[in-house]
Design a protein. Sequence first.
Length: 328
Amino acid sequence: KKEIEKDPGNANAWRNYYNAVRYNRFSETINTPEKQARLKKIMDDMAKAIPESYEYNYLRHKTAGSIVDISYLEKAYQIRPQEPELYSDFSSYYEVKGDESKMTEFLTKWYESKNLAPGLLSYNYNVLSSLEKNAILFTNGDNDTYPVWMLQKVKKVRTDVTVLNVSLITVGEEYLERKLKEKNISISFDELPKYRTKEFVGALGKYIAVKYPEIPVYFAVTVYQDYLTAIEENLYLVGLAYKYSQSRFDNIALIKKNLEKRFQLDYLTNDWYSEDYLAKPVVTKLNLNYIAPLLALAEHYTASDAREMAKYWIEIARQVGEQGGIQD
């Protein structure tokens, strides 16, 4: 703020000031009227001081939080088209609009920028490898959605999978109906809980699995438990995803097949440049999701008296836990 007072045209100082205010005690205060009023005042002051800057237009877009209005995002892009931080919002916008070519264009720019952590691509490659052909996959947020889209659109990995992000499917019924049409699925909203509620997500997965049994339904393990409470007895861990099934099946066999035959796991124990790897905390936290399937497979081998194999998988789980700070 002192830098702004010295030079009101310092756009970088404005951005740092805005971010410092926004992220201070973030989880406690972000939705309070006081915090919102303070952020609005900063944006209003920026509009007077630096209205044509990249920083103002980018932050104005992020503050609005709109996925259907990208006017400020487009202005920021005109000023600095090489900024990778813009590409995620463009990807989401064109996904919702149904413009696959533009979505692919921005995901390709993002991939070529090398701005997305390789560990996120490796993790989500293994999420996709957990699934049967022609599956539907429910995802939760940024780190389990954007890398999947990038793998699908840029690298053509598992393009048979339809991704339903739990936030995006509440943008509008038209978007959800269009996504389901990719699998020749039609739904009756009257047969489901109220749209945009947390109960809707799990009920939608169950609805699809029951009405269209030929289409496998999965939930990434990153999906918040709140969405799945009503169907948790029908979810079976198969790797980095849960499969919805109304009848029991041998999910340990699928965990074994996925971990031993399908997953790329070298990156868990050979993480190059780990000393100054900016996104390492994000990746190591996400990788903790491996521990449940790893230990399930180790228990299987212990029960089968294959103790060396059990030790092998326990050691990988131990390393993952150690990197994520939960070795005990």
